[in-house]
Design a protein around this ligand. Structure first.
Ligand code: G6P
Length: 462
């Protein structure tokens, strides 16, 4: 098996253990590396006054992490700038929140150079190199320019937007052309891949051939759908631990006889939290008989706090949660518990297991691994019900969830009632179908799917 070099902006540091609020990407990549061994390179999460390119290493078994510090200006222009003020909103269909600043692009290019300069010497001849996510689209080209002739793969964890939206980015052409330095480019779903193909054929005069081959000029890449999974076996085991049982009992004891509706998301506008709160509020308004019999727990660890749109969503949610509790709470009942911190994964597994309903209702999401974790944590004899947004990538695989339009408070209210009153046989039937997919298409399956395609690819000419 070939050694893997994984490159992503965010690296899960080995000695941190399974933290509470890292995105699904970090968890999935650690799983991939544990299996194959290799190096995981990225940003340390810290800054230094002046970039040095000095690498800090950590080792655990066959896995090494290698991280670099960046300058404050890099973080402003690259991480808080082009990545999270431009690409993230645009790729989540939020042109209204997208900022188009040339300075951001300069910072994005600079950090991609810096990544390439630092990581290129770590790459050995036979390594498979796998670059991840929207922060690092140009990295493949930068590595090629430094003579890296290895097989290069790129995986996009977020949606790929429709062409009409993407062309609002002044540098859209440069960004997409940069993907043609890779050998294999992966997307979470067939829909995002279709959007990519549409762009390539309409804007770059490209052609789409058999077997996922996409050609622009003299470059041909393989573009494939590869839906990411979770470490299902490990998560199912986590749901059986003492920490999970303790968290579950804590939930039961704090609300005896009440049904728990749970949501767990990074505090991000793409996750549809105000709409979710509004759906729950509608449910409380329409079903007075259910008040006091249910409660909702929303766990939402803050994220990207320097970016104003994230500050705004946080303030909006503070207001909404206060309003819902002010309107509906009773002396012995809080309808909405809203918590701004992360929890370790075994505790989350216990919370999911205690829940009658899981609400995963992003407005747009590349995949959404919480949906899969919720399913993996359930008690097979008495499983909870997953309510899932049609606009999450996960909906393409998890068709036996209760699928909703997250923009519609009425639909959400109906779905909550349906989930709370669903007969046990139907819950079991749906859950068995869902867990089957979550087990079969787990993170190891995803990793093999992508890396097999990469190993089979013809090596690009440098
Ligand atoms: C999403 C992105 C990841 C990112 C994660 C956490 O899952 O696809 O690339 O790492 O969010 O966001 P952060 O900005 O904290 O890395």
């Amino acid at each position: 098996m070939k050694r893997l070099v994984v490159i992503s902006n965010r690296v899960q540091q080995l000695n941190q253990g399974p933290g509470g609020n890292q995105g699904g990407l970090a968890v999935a990549l650690l799983a991939a590396l544990k299996e194959r061994g290799g190096v995981w390179f990225g940003w340390s999460g810290s800054t230094v006054p002046e970039f040095t390119g000095e690498i800090a290493y950590e080792h655990e078994g066959p896995t090494t992490t290698a991280v670099i510090d960046l300058e404050p200006q890099d973080i402003d222009e690259y991480y808080n700038g082009f990545a999270n003020r431009t690409l993230w909103p645009l790729f989540h269909y939020r042109v209204d929140l997208t900022e188009f600043e040339r300075d951001f692009e300069g910072g994005y290019a600079r950090v991609n150079h810096r990544f390439a300069d630092t990581v290129a010497p770590l790459i050995e001849e036979e390594d498979l190199v796998w670059v991840h996510d929207y922060h690092l689209v140009p990295l493949g080209g930068e590595l090629r320019r430094r003579g890296v002739a290895n097989r290069l793969g790129f995986f996009l964890h977020i949606p790929w937007p429709p062409t009409d939206l993407l062309v609002s980015l002044p540098s859209h052409r440069r960004l997409v052309e940069a993907l043609f330095a890779y050998d294999v480019v992966g997307f979470q779903t067939a829909d995002w891949l279709e959007n990519f193909r549409h762009y390539v054929t309409t804007q770059l005069d490209g052609t789409v051939g058999e077997d996922g081959l996409v050609t622009v000029g003299d470059r041909t890449i393989r573009a494939i759908p590869a839906p990411i999974g979770i470490e299902t076996a490990e998560f199912e085991a986590a749901a059986q631990t003492q920490a999970a049982a303790f968290a579950r009992d804590r939930m039961y004891m704090s609300a005896t006889g009440r049904s728990l509706i749970v949501g767990v998301d990074r505090l991000d506008y793409s996750k549809g939290l105000p709409e979710r709160f509004a759906g729950y509020e509608r449910f409380l308004a329409q079903h007075p008989d259910r008040r006091g019999l249910v409660y909702m727990l929303q766990i939402a660890p803050p994220s990207r706090e320097k970016v104003d749109t994230y500050q705004e969503i946080r303030a909006a949610l503070d207001g909404l949660s206060g309003r819902i509790n002010g309107e509906y709470a009773d002396i012995d009942w809080t309808p909405l518990r809203y918590v701004n911190k992360g929890y370790p994964r075994p505790e989350l597994a216990g919370v999911y297991r205690a829940a009658r309903v899981g609400l995963v209702t992003p407005l747009r999401d590349g995949m959404n691994l919480v949906a899969k974790e919720f399913v993996a944590a359930q008690d097979p004899r008495d499983p909870g019900v997953l309510i899932l947004s049609r606009f999450a990538g996960a909906a393409a695989q998890m068709t036996d969830a209760v699928l909703v339009n997250p923009y519609s408070a009425d639909e959400m209210s109906e779905a909550i009632l349906r989930a709370l009153t669903m007969p046990r046989e139907e819950r079991i039937r749906r859950w068995e179908s869902l867990i089957d997919c979550v087990r079969r298409e787990d993170v190891h399956w995803w990793c093999d799917l992508f890396l097999d395609a990469l190993e089979d690819a013809d090596v690009a000419a440098v």
